[in-house]
Every structure is written in structure tokens, then in C-alpha cells.
Design a binder for this molecule. Structure first.
Ligand code: AMP
Length: 435
């Protein structure tokens, strides 16, 4: 299938050609037609599937078809995203796809001065891509008016809920006209998202391209069993391999991201850390350096595991395993994108073995061992449990493998909820959602 077969205008097809897109991805094939027809869409797709174009192209076509009236351009499309990085990337995508159109896009997020954002709104923009907190601030100050919004997109809705943005989202949506088109994209569809969708979408078309474990099915993976103290040396050794051209290293905490990046730099590897304690400028700079190849290794806390669109990441290293298995899938989805091959390498220390088990349960198979000894009970397969293949010390083979969740230290949802993305008194990080 070709883009023009989806009913897109020549201006958009030409821009896609210019961006090097040859054929629509599955989510684009499924969503663009109904969205162009004005239908609401409930999309189950994660970053990396091409979901941004799936909603951006129909929006651009709709807005381009009807010029705004005289005077300052009103905001006609609003895209809410959970993080600044994702907001910036989505806005860039709108500019790329709208290259041959005369539509203006503004991006609004916290952590940077308000003034340029207020000025952009005052000059008039057609499309606003925003994180909820700062947008609500600007709305409350009277700078952002949403009374002309025709299309509302909730992007990575599950992550917005995880980060405690639901109250802000509701306040924003209450100021958007009820007569609108609504597109909701989410990597997962837990009950809370389905409830939200039920309240917001009218007779939506459901599109789904990625089971949670999609990336896990395409990215080559391995695990090293290593003690905590040995991880840094192992990472340095593996990074020495010439095949590692561009590596993302994930740690559990911001502090550890800084420490790992410092140790790598000291050992002569060009590395930088990116996490929520860095200023927006530092984060953007780190991303730019990574993209240009100035730094070969980007060490990230989970803030970067979603939403980052960095192509050609040759390796993802899970320096620490995440305590939520979905996070593992999101992390490793940073490599092997757009058909490129990628390798995800995980380090698993003694305390992380329970995390590994739930990850393997989610992806439905054992991750091959590249070093060290696996001495734990094997994980059952998904969806039906296969018989355990290995005898273990603690688990005789005739017993079912343990079903309990791994020990939850701090819920990563809570960590996200406390992120400093939106620093406002009474902001969502103060009241992490009860699960
Ligand atoms: P997204 O899931 O929207 O973040 O997109 C992931 C990556 O795929 C981005 O780098 C896009 O530029 C790229 N992409 C999206 N659609 C296509 C396509 N049809 N052909 C090639 N690349 C694409």
C-alpha cells in the first residue's frame, strides 16, 4: 500500500517522500483512513510503530482543507503528551509532515521560560503539542484558548495516567469543545484507559498494532548474570566491542545514571546522562550530542525509555532491570527500530532475578544467557505455561513456577508521578495516584 492510496493530499505525500517514508506502517494503514473520515480512534500502539504520523497526517489534512478565518489563528488541534521529549518530537513530526503546508505548530511544556510559548500563542498557531501542566498554567493565565479545537489527541495516554496527569487532563478537556474529533493512543489498554476512552470517544474505530511484547519479538536479547559491583566493569568491556556504535544504557535511578556516565567518561568512553533532574537545556543537548554521534553512550533513567525517537541505536543495555516488565519492553524498543537490527543486553544481579522472571513471563520466553549462571526457577511461557525445562535449586520441576509479583520497591508509576516534568505547586507529582 502507498500513502496516496490512503487518501492523503499530494502536499502530504510529497512531504512523506521527502522524509524518506516509502509505505505506511500497519498503524498508519489502519488509522489514517478512519481518522480522515472524521472518526474517533482508539489506538493501541507504542512509540516506534509510526503512530505519530497516524494521527498527525489526518490532522494536517483536515486543517489544511479549511483556512482559518481572518485574525489571529485559533488553536484547532491539541495534542497532549506525557513528557517534554515526546512533545518536542511530535511537534517536529508535524513540521516535517506539514512541510508543504501553511500551518503553524507550537510546543508547550514546563521547565523552560513561558514567554516564547506565550508569544507563539499570541501570534497564532493551528496546532499545539503540550504536556498538561504547563498548558493548564497558560490556560489559567488566559494565554491558551481551546474554544476552537476541532481535534484532540491524547498520546501515550497510559503514561499520562501513570504520571498522575489525569486531573489536569480532565481540566483541559473540559475546555475543549464537546463537538470534536478525539484520537487516543496508548501503548497498553488497561481498564483505566478503556474507561477514559469510553468517556471521551464517540463510536471509535479501534486499531491495534502492538501487543505489549512486540519489540521483544523483534529485538535480539541476552542477559548476563552478574553481581551488582561487577556491572560497571562488564559494561565497559561490552562497550569496547566495535559493533556498539550507539548505545542507550538504562539505570533504575537518576543517581545511578549519573554515576555510570561519570565512570564511563573517566574510562575514556564518550557518555552522557539524561534524566528528570537535568534541565531541559541539558536534556536537549545530551540528546543532540547522542544523535550527532558526539557521544556514543547515553545513560538514561526510565524517563527516556518511552517517547525517545532516536534512530540507529545499535545496543540497549539494561544496567539495572526494571521492576515493571512492560518497561523492559519499552526500553528495548529503543533499538531495532524501523527494521534496523538491534541488540538488547540485560544485566541481572541476585536481587533482580524476580524481575527477570516476570519479564520472561511477559515476553513468553527465556532470554538467552550470555554470561554468568542462571540458577533460578524458569519463567512460564505466555499465554499458556509450558513445562519448566530446567531443574533449579529452590524449585523442584514438578512444582509450578512462582506466580507472585517481584518485590516492588518503589512503584515506577509513583516515581513517574513524582517526576519534575511539571513543577507546579499542587502539581500531579505531589499526589501519586493510588493503584
Ligand atoms: P513513532 O512511532 O511515530 O514515534 O515513529 C517512529 C519512527 O518511525 C520515527 O522515526 C518516524 O519518523 C518513523 N516512521 C514513521 N512512519 C514511517 C513510515 N511509514 N516509513 C518509515 N519511517 C516511518
Amino acid at each position: 500500500m502507498q500513502f496516496h492510496q490512503l487518501g492523503l493530499t499530494p502536499a502530504l505525500v510529497q512531504a512523506l517522500d521527502r522524509a524518506g517514508y516509502k509505505t505506511p506502517t500497519p498503524v498508519q494503514q489502519q488509522a489514517i483512513g478512519p481518522a480522515l473520515a472524521g472518526r474517533d480512534v482508539l489506538g493501541c500502539a507504542q512509540t516506534g510503530t509510526g503512530k505519530t504520523a497516524a494521527f498527525a497526517l489526518p490532522i494536517l489534512q483536515r486543517l489544511g482543507a479549511r483556512a482559518p478565518g481572518p485574525g489571529v489563528r485559533p488553536v484547532r488541534a491539541l495534542i497532549l503528551t506525557p513528557t517534554r521529549e515526546l512533545a518536542a518530537q511530535v511537534a517536529d513530526s508535524f513540521r516535517t509532515y506539514g512541510h508543504f503546508m501553511r500551518l503553524a505548530t507550537a510546543v508547550i511544556f514546563g521547565g523552560v521560560p513561558e514567554r516564547p510559548q506565550i508569544d507563539a500563542l499570541r501570534r497564532g498557531v493551528d496546532i499545539v503539542v503540550a504536556t498538561p501542566g504547563r498548558l493548564l498554567d497558560l490556560m489559567n493565565q488566559g494565554h491558551a484558548r481551546l474554544g476552537s479545537v476541532e481535534v484532540l489527541v491524547l498520546d501515550e495516554a497510559d503514561r499520562m495516567l501513570d504520571m498522575g496527569f489525569l486531573p489536569d487532563m480532565r481540566r483541559i478537556i473540559a475546555r475543549v469543545p464537546a463537538k470534536r474529533q478525539t484520537l487516543l493512543f496508548s501503548a497498553t489498554l488497561p481498564r483505566e484507559i478503556r474507561d477514559l476512552a469510553h468517556g471521551l470517544l464517540v463510536n471509535p474505530v479501534s486499531v491495534s498494532v502492538a501487543a505489549e511484547s512486540a519489540a521483544a519479538d523483534t529485538v535480539e536479547q541476552c542477559v548476563y548474570f552478574v553481581e551488582r559491583e561487577g556491572k560497571q566493569a562488564l559494561l565497559a568491556r561490552l562497550l569496547d566491542a566495535s559493533a556498539v556504535t550507539r548505545a542507550l544504557v538504562f539505570t533504575r535511578t537518576k543517581h545511578r545514571a549519573d554515576r555510570v556516565a561519570r565512570a564511563l567518561t573517566k574510562a575514556g568512553t564518550r557518555a552522557e546522562a539524561i534524566h528528570g533532574n537535568k534541565s531541559q537545556g541539558q536534556r536537549m543537548r545530551a540528546l543532540r550530542n547522542f544523535e550527532t554521534g558526539e557521544t556514543r553512550v547515553l545513560v538514561a533513567s526510565d524517563i527516556a525509555s518511552r517517547g525517545l525517537d532516536i534512530t540507529d541505536v545499535s545496543h540497549v543495555f539494561n544496567f539495572d532491570l526494571p521492576n515493571e516488565p512492560e518497561t523492559y519492553v519499552h526500553r528495548i524498543g529503543r533499538t531495532g527500530r524501523a527494521g534496523a537490527s538491534g541488540l538488547a543486553v540485560s544485566f541481572c544481579d541476585h536481587e533482580e532475578r524476580a524481575y527477570l522472571r516476570t519479564i520472561e513471563r511477559l515476553i513468553g520466553r527465556r532470554i538467552p544467557v550470555a554470561g554468568g549462571m542462571r540458577d533460578e526457577a524458569p519463567a512460564p511461557s505466555r499465554p499458556a505455561s509450558k513445562p519448566a525445562s530446567g531443574r533449579t535449586r529452590s524449585q523442584p520441576p514438578w512444582q509450578p513456577p512462582p506466580r507472585q509479583q517481584p518485590p516492588r520497591q518503589k512503584s515506577s508509576r509513583r516515581l513517574h508521578a513524582r517526576r519534575d516534568d511539571e513543577r507546579r505547586p499542587g502539581g500531579p507529582w505531589r499526589q501519586p495516584r493510588n493503584r
